[in-house]
Ligand binder design. Structure first.
Ligand SMILES: CC(C)(COP(=O)(O)OP(=O)(O)OC[C@H]1O[C@@H](n2cnc3c(N)ncnc32)[C@H](O)[C@@H]1OP(=O)(O)O)[C@@H](O)C(=O)NCCC(=O)NCCS
Length: 182
């Protein structure tokens, strides 16, 4: 599997991923990738690894309050980016790359696509992420995208089998527009 990404991406310094809504047709490929990614995702996020868990995952996305996406590169699933708790105040974003595509810039690009969707298409005022402070790759990714830490907005979330402290990182629409290319 890594060879596929290598071949596709060799001529380009960056991948060219696309973002589309996750559907039931993605189930088998998603489960295969999520199982390969268990070590990468634990203890940061929980992804479905059984058909039943995938069906429950899919049911969360009503297209209004929550929208689930897969990241796609050359017809292969390389990750997911979800907008949750969508409302007047903005949305919470959750994401993960799948192990074969890790560290190749897919999520940097996928995050940018999701932010464009949130700010341009949905017109949301703010996108936030709750992140465990020790999740260095995620913090660097968010900082690189312009997110800033909101002191005093820490929260405890049950993930990876335990209650874990998370810090709130946020990006406002005007901050995104000020720095992003059209
Ligand atoms: C966080 C995560 C999505 C990053 O995915 P990725 O494929 O490595 O990211 P990219 O290749 O697009 O890199 C984007 C940026 O992430 C940061 N990054 C990626 N891997 C890193 C690492 N091992 N150490 C430090 N920073 C890292 C870098 O800032 C990088 O930008 P740079 O290349 O300009 O330095 C991935 O590690 C992951 O899925 N982790 C598990 C799930 C998770 O933590 N989700 C978020 C929960 S809030």
């Amino acid at each position: 599997m890594p060879g596929i990404y290598h071949d596709v991406m060799s001529p380009e310094p960056r991948p060219r991923v696309s973002l589309r809504r996750v559907t039931h047709a993605d189930r088998d490929a998603f489960l295969a990738m999520a199982r390969l990614s268990l070590d990468l995702h634990r203890p940061w996020v929980t992804s479905p690894t059984t058909p039943e868990a995938f069906d429950r995952y899919l049911a969360r996305f009503d297209g209004v309050r929550a929208i689930g996406h897969v990241l796609v590169l050359a017809d292969a699933l390389v990750g997911f980016v979800n907008l949750n708790d969508i409302g007047d105040d903005g949305a919470m974003i959750g994401f993960g790359v799948f192990a074969p595509a890790m560290g190749r810039g897919c999520m940097r690009e996928g995050l940018d696509l999701a932010l464009r969707l949130a700010f341009h298409d949905l017109g949301l005022p703010r996108v936030s992420a709750d992140v465990q402070p020790s999740n260095v790759p995620c913090v660097r990714l968010l900082k690189g995208a312009g997110f800033t830490l909101h002191p005093g907005r820490s929260t405890v979330i049950h993930v990876g089998g335990a209650d874990r402290l998370h810090e709130r990182w946020s990006l406002a629409r005007e901050e995104f527009f000020a720095t992003s290319t059209p």
